[in-house]
Design a protein around this ligand. Structure first.
Ligand code: BJ8
Length: 380
């Protein structure tokens, strides 16, 4: 029994959720539910849940609006930044349009400078993220989370109590645990679904505004996969790391799986980077608990970035990866610089092959990527 023939409609539900999200965000507005647009996994979504707001991701994944963005921004800038700015500037993204407040963080230089221009046409609050994980960094981030809460109270004329935040933490913890349980099905020796199915589901869940419904949905999905699925043929198991993935860059997953590999794990911001760790509910001070959780995200904006290597090593072992493919978006300097250390770690410590690829949101490099990736998989 071929699972891909057998279970497509389950994954279609998530793809449908993604398509319908534009309508759902309009419904949120009609019901007077505040909508917060975000650009990064460092935003503590627990604050939004605490005040009953919906969160939409504004990180764009297509090259449609890049020409408009390049009227204001340099060409030699990461496509995620240009595309996201372009969708905002041209009003082509309903998520951006319906966002009452946009939140950014001082992550990479390109993003933080872009926010200065974006502020000319949209209310935007920028959280000051430290660029190293340290005691002082933790204090700064905790204070920024408090400042964020106060900003939300001011903009929306509400009060967010610590009990509200505690409830938000419980909801988000349950959601993260459920999503992690879903993608952990790829730890199995006999894979029940393809990496593309996992990737689409991970992206699909971000468009579900009913966060409390996610655990039951994930349980149902896992149950159906267990009952109706069967194993896929054995192939080299690839772990993906690097920049966030989605939309146009799903071409990388497609190429890997069309050329003899399976993507078993995603150590990036679409995947495990933001989901793997929960907020410690035993910490009395909710702001400290949130600060500690989010400072564990292993983004290359941190220097040094030990947390990335901790998660990467753990995932290589747990998902029994045969190789790692590191996807960088063009002009993403922090991830590009980090490739040297990632290669060394993967080759020398984990003793498996490593390939770094650079891409953007166009389809111009599909031929070249196919040649490199298929040659890499062939030698595994
Ligand atoms: S926590 S990965 S979502 S910053 S790809 S815009 S880093 S130049 S997206 Fe990211 Fe938050 Fe980090 Fe995750 Fe800059 Fe690089 Fe572009 Fe990037």
């Amino acid at each position: 029994m071929d699972l891909k023939k057998n279970l497509p409609e389950i994954f279609d539900d998530f793809a449908e959720g993604r398509r319908n999200a534009f309508l759902s965000v309009k419904e949120q507005k009609d019901k007077n539910i505040p909508v917060i647009g975000i650009f990064c996994t460092y935003f503590p979504q627990e604050l939004a849940v605490a005040m009953g707001a919906s969160v939409v991701s504004l990180c764009a994944t297509s090259d449609e609006t890049i020409p408009a963005a390049e009227e204001d921004l340099p060409k030699n800038l990461c496509p995620l930044i240009k595309s996201s700015y372009g969708f905002g500037k041209t009003d082509k993204c309903p998520f951006f349009f319906f966002s009452d407040l946009v939140v950014g963080e001082t992550t990479c230089d390109g993003k933080k400078k872009m926010y200065e221009y974006m502020a000319e046409f949209k209310p935007i609050h920028v959280m000051e993220l430290p660029n190293r994980v340290s005691e002082d960094g933790l204090v700064l981030w905790k204070n920024e989370i408090i400042r964020m809460k106060e900003k939300l109270e001011e903009v929306f004329g509400i009060t967010i109590t610590e009990d509200d935040i505690r409830k938000g933490i419980q909801v988000k913890n349950a959601e993260r645990s459920a999503i992690k349980k879903f993608y952990s099905i790829m730890k199995a020796d006999e894979l029940p679904v393809s990496g593309m199915d996992v990737q689409k589901t991970l992206v699909g869940t971000t468009f579900n505004f009913d966060r409390e419904a996610i655990p039951a949905q994930m349980d149902e999905l896992i149950k159906r996969i267990q009952e109706e699925g069967t194993c896929l043929e054995k192939r080299p198991r690839i772990l993906i790391t690097g920049c966030p993935m989605g939309g146009a860059t799903e071409k990388v997953v497609q190429i890997i799986e069309d050329n003899g590999g399976w993507c078993v794990a995603f150590e990036n911001c679409t995947g495990a980077k933001a989901i793997e760790e929960n907020v410690d509910e035993s910490i009395e001070d909710v702001y400290e608990a949130l600060a500690k959780k989010y400072m564990k995200i292993g983004c290359s904006c941190m220097a040094p970035n030990e947390n990335r290597f901790e998660l990467l090593g753990k995932m290589i072992d747990e998902y029994k990866a045969d190789a790692v493919i590191d996807m960088e978006l063009s002009a993403c300097h922090t991830y590009a610089v980090e490739t040297r250390r990632v290669k060394k770690f993967v080759n020398d410590e984990k003793k498996i092959p490593y390939l770094s690829i650079e891409t953007d949101y166009s389809s111009a490099d599909i031929g070249q990527l196919t040649t490199r990736i298929s040659a890499f998989i062939e030698m595994l």
